[in-house]
Design a protein around this ligand. Structure first.
Ligand code: NI
Length: 393
């Protein structure tokens, strides 16, 4: 590997990466509507040359770069979509689309991976194996773009998949990683109760869904404390309870309950789901109320494979030795990289892009969200050396 030559190239291409990031930042597109963004990515990749390009879905792009020596097939992923947020950063390259903003750093992700593609295609002769660049649409909107790309076969023949997220809440210079679950599975549930309303003065003539609903909420709040291993993190939060109207002398007909579930293992996820259904149906039956439970799966946990994570840590230690690597607890946010890492062994890392001195401290999805552009170079370096190293092993 011509490490020094590549390091010099990184300095050059970093300037392109900043330019692309600013262009994408100015021209954000919502999930599943990344028409212009994906065309921009496709055209640039075509201009670099050397790739086998495809469009697995309407607004995603995949570029395959085949090396000339045998080796592993490594996929690198970047997400490309923006959010329905009105930007308030005041940046010179602020969004030109009212109410749409790159408020999660996906503009940076796309640009870093484009930069890596530009560098790696110039080293095609020395490459082992194959690199698959996944430019993914719709990370922000469940059911998400990743599972559509997987269904379209983008991981066929891939050995390992690696992804990156820039974080404004992690200081520039710091990189976060962990083995196993990095993010939580995040699901929602809705319960509708059908009783028989009536006058408050004659409860014996009604079937009261409100009193039943109250028992159900209490029951649901016991799931984590009574049914789940205390060493397995999980959350069940009831966040909605709708019943009754203006008249205080009326027992209502129906009640609507809803809430959110976060879990870190597939077993606990299934257990919580089953307990929600059993408790709701059991209490409803005891009270003669009809209950319907709708449980909707959101993104599952991003699982960092032990072996791939060890390889990635090696890359970080060798090629980003000037950065601080921290082993962290799981995050309870969702990330649809899980659709890739469920399919193939993978690793997802968090690259610090916050900077207090520059006032870059706002969290993701905030109208003043920004990233320290120095972090783009970390991501670029990470992608290039991950591809070069992992394909060889
Ligand atoms: Ni994001």
């Amino acid at each position: 590997m011509k490490k020094n030559e590549i390091l010099l190239q990184l300095d050059d291409v970093y300037q392109d990466v900043i330019e692309w990031r600013r262009y994408l930042h100015q021209n954000p597109e919502l999930s599943f509507q990344e028409d212009h963004t994906s065309q921009f990515v496709y055209d640039l990749l075509e201009s670099f040359g050397g790739f086998e390009l495809s469009r697995p879905t309407k607004t995603s792009v995949v570029a395959r770069l085949k090396g000339s020596k045998p080796g592993k097939v490594i996929a690198l992923r970047a997400d490309m979509d923006a959010l329905p947020i009105r930007e308030e950063t005041g940046l010179p390259f602020t969004s030109t689309k009212d109410g749409v903003m790159h408020a999660c750093g996906h503009d940076g992700h796309t640009s870093m991976l484009l930069g890596a593609a530009k560098i790696l295609t110039e080293h095609k002769e020395d490459l082992s194996g194959e690199i698959v660049f996944l430019f993914q649409h719709a990370e922000e909107l469940p059911p998400g773009g990743a599972q559509e790309m997987v269904a379209a076969g983008v991981l066929n023949g891939v050995d390992e998949v690696v992804g990156v997220h820039l974080f404004s809440t992690v200081p520039f210079g710091t990189i976060h990683i962990r083995y196993g679950a990095l993010t939580a599975a995040s699901d929602v549930f809705e319960i509708s109760l059908q009783g028989k309303g009536g006058h408050a003065s004659t409860p014996q003539l009604t079937i009261d869904p409100l009193a039943t609903g109250a028992q159900i909420v209490t029951g649901l709040n016991h799931i984590v404390s009574r049914s789940i291993d205390p060493l397995q993190p999980s959350v069940v939060s009831v966040t909605k309870f709708k019943a009754g109207g203006l008249a205080l002398n009326v027992i209502p007909d129906t009640v609507e309950i809803g809430g959110s579930v976060r879990t870190l293992s597939p077993e606990v996820r299934e257990l919580v789901k089953n307990r929600i259904i059993e408790i709701t149906e059991g209490i409803a039956k005891a009270n003669g109320v009809e209950a319907k439970v709708n449980y909707t799966y959101g993104y599952s946990s991003v699982m960092n494979d032990k072996h791939v994570t060890d390889e990635v840590v090696q890359v970080l230690e060798e090629f980003l030795p000037d950065r601080t690597l921290e082993w962290v607890d799981p995050l309870l946010g969702g990330e649809d990289f899980s659709a890739f890492s469920n399919e193939k062994p993978g690793c997802f890392v968090i690259i610090g892009a916050g900077n207090e001195e520059k006032g870059i401290t706002y969290p993701h999805h905030h109208p003043k969200f920004d990233i320290d552009e120095q972090a783009l170079k970390d991501g670029l370096r990470f992608h290039v050396f991950t591809a070069l190293t992992l394909t060889q092993q």
